[in-house]
Design a protein around this ligand. Sequence first.
Ligand code: PLP
Length: 393
Amino acid sequence: MSSLKLNPAVSRLEEEGAFFVLDKALKLKAEGRPVINLGIGQPDFAPPAHVLEAGLRAVRDGPHGYTSPVGMPALREAVAHSVASRYDVPVAADQVVIVPGGKVTIFFACLVFGGPGTEILYPDPGFPPYREAVKAAAAKPVAYAIREDRNFGFDADEVLSQITEATRLIIINSPANPTGGVVDEAELAKLAQGLQAHPQVAILSDEIYSHLVFEGAGFRSLLQYPALADRVILLDGWSKTFAMTGWRLGYGIWPMQLVNAVRGLITVDHSCVNVAAQVAGLAAITGPMDEIDRMRATFAQRRDVVVDGLNNMPGVTCRVPGGAFYAFPNIGGTGIASKQLADRLLMEANVALIPGDSFGNNGKGYLRLSYAAGLDEIEEALARMDSLIKASV
Ligand code: PLP
């Protein structure tokens, strides 16, 4: 037996279910099985051509050196301009911190506000790295409920009631992974109002799916609540909007007073983001958005097919998600547990998706389907699911 003693904050971390299923699905596919992967959350499109061109040019012609730890000045300017004009709020380039993927802002926010004796509130069901990042930062993860009967939103009064003296940060995610839920504006306003009584609590608003809202007047960012402006950290990035998950590029808009702390973390951790990715990201954020509009329309069309198909299966009900590219069907009526159904769908029907409880206790009795796959594949996967469930209930 090894006598090595690991840091418990690290040894207790759990792997994200989506990556576990991705590995398993890829292995089965390599063995020749006709697996359809509705598990991992990444667009099945290529990034726009002008973005790829810019990245290629940077690889060939440079720049090749380090950039500022917080990102190339031109990119920070462009992000600040894009966010400020989109939400009609003041954003300074100095607040923008470029990081290798959206996830990094979650980890850094937890490191900045965590530590022994602190609590961080996160959504359940929610993106699994929230809870794990809180644990890694030696803080106590405190789950707040995301409820199907609130259209996969939260009850602001309930969330506010969970704030204690030890609470340092609350994580909000809309449009949400895994439910596709978009937070109700009235509830968000109520939360913002209630947070004014808790000036020691910072807010991490994960808006990585902000360009993927299907209905209504568009998306309202937490940056648009002036009373919270000095303690909201906005997370967004290129992964989902521009189909660039593998490029590892994201940004945070941090309150000015926190930027130096994050800069310190970056210099310890990764120095700066890969420079070619930053150049490509600049082309993306300053270029035309018509391809992004096309992707959104395609996702909306697939969403309708997925939701219809799921609602026609015995024991399954599915709300219409307002954003992102996930459906989160309730499978309670099948009498089969989430993990068991997900395992059977993969092994017997070659359909990879994620059991709802990988996203927290409140995900029990649900599955997550990512509809980031072509319509033909989606229809075939739904047909396979339908026949397995019909044969089992
Ligand atoms: N936030 C949410 C809610 C996500 O679903 C994801 C990716 O799945 C991320 C952040 C991380 O994105 P990235 O791949 O840019 O790290």
